[in-house]
Write a protein that binds this ligand. Structure first.
Ligand code: GLU
Length: 289
């Protein structure tokens, strides 16, 4: 089977050195293994994605010397695929609507934290503290029919009961050096949001649907997404999608040791290019994977 790699940036800012590492690693691995290299534009967050950032992605990658196949898959063009996956999970009884506002959820978390520590996900966000999972079928139908905003959350415990224990093969490493066969732990994320009233997907659902639709065999990305793989393995199994191999790579940090963000001008590929930095210099700056 021909290996298939992808680089999947979100057009919500300019690419920086961390993106260069990811794009070049995917591209070079595809070359070395006689595989394909795909570019995917993850633009489901309409509020944050902008056409000029997407145009800049193409420009910066071409400058780096990366070549990708056409057509590029843009997530905003595949909402019907995500809606179909959402509906399958719904039909399995694994999603439930929760209608609390962000402020109401923050209040619930604060109330829980007054009683003791409340668990947080690997990104540091508190797990969903609400009670919507316990609501009756009639109440769920009322929320969905009400016209008011709601999130569709995965009943993670029930989903795991259905699949049994899951794992993935890690050829890179996690944030604490984890490698080899990794036991998936989707409970770390609590009942994650997989869709909303007006958007039929979230990052997790779209990635799983796209990787399967594009036949991706190797997922190579930053180790900040290492534990997201737990949710991805769960969704892949529920939706009957194959499991890719994973290689999470180190993150590039700024002088203060912080993860690079898209607003970090100094490490932006465009800013570096304007200073006369060459693609060969970029490879030296990011160092070996
Ligand atoms: N779109 C994600 C990001 O820009 C990457 C998704 C992935 O590689 O799975 O961080």
């Amino acid at each position: 089977m021909q290996p298939v790699f992808r680089f999947a940036p979100s057009p919500n800012g300019y690419l920086h050195l961390g993106h260069a590492l990811s794009a070049l690693l995917n591209h070079d691995m595809a070359r070395e293994m006689g595989g394909r290299f795909l570019l995917r534009i993850e633009d489901i967050d309409a509020a944050r994605c902008r056409p000029e950032y997407e145009a800049a992605i193409y420009e910066d990658l071409a400058w780096l010397g990366v070549e990708w196949e056409q057509p590029v898959r843009r997530q905003s063009g595949h909402l019907a695929d995500y809606a179909a996956a959402r509906d399958r999970l719904m039909a399995l009884g694994l999603l439930y609507p929760s209608a609390e506002s962000r402020a109401a959820i923050a209040q619930l978390v604060a109330a829980r934290e007054r009683e003791g520590p409340w668990p947080r996900d690997p990104d540091g966000a508190p797990l969903y503290p609400g009670f919507a999972k316990a609501s009756s079928a009639a109440e769920r139908a009322r929320i969905i029919g009400s016209g008011a905003p709601y999130a569709l959350r995965l009943d993670t415990r029930r989903a795991e009961e259905r699949t049994g224990p899951l794992a993935w093969e890690e050829c890179g490493h996690g944030p604490d050096g984890q490698t080899g066969t990794i036991a998936a732990a989707p409970q770390m994320w609590g009942d994650v949001v997989l869709a909303r009233k007006d958007v039929p997907t979230s990052y997790h659902l779209a990635v799983v649907v796209d990787d399967a639709a594009q036949g991706v065999t190797h997922v190579v990305r930053g180790c900040d997404l290492f534990w997201s793989t737990s949710v991805h393995r769960l969704l892949q199994t529920l939706l009957g999608c194959p499991a890719p191999l994973y290689r999470h790579h180190r993150l590039i940090r700024d002088a203060e040791g912080k993860k690079l963000s898209k607003s970090t001008g100094a490490t932006g590929l465009r800013a570096l290019r304007r200073q006369g930095v060459t693609p060969a210099d970029i490879r030296r700056l990011i160092g070996p994977p």
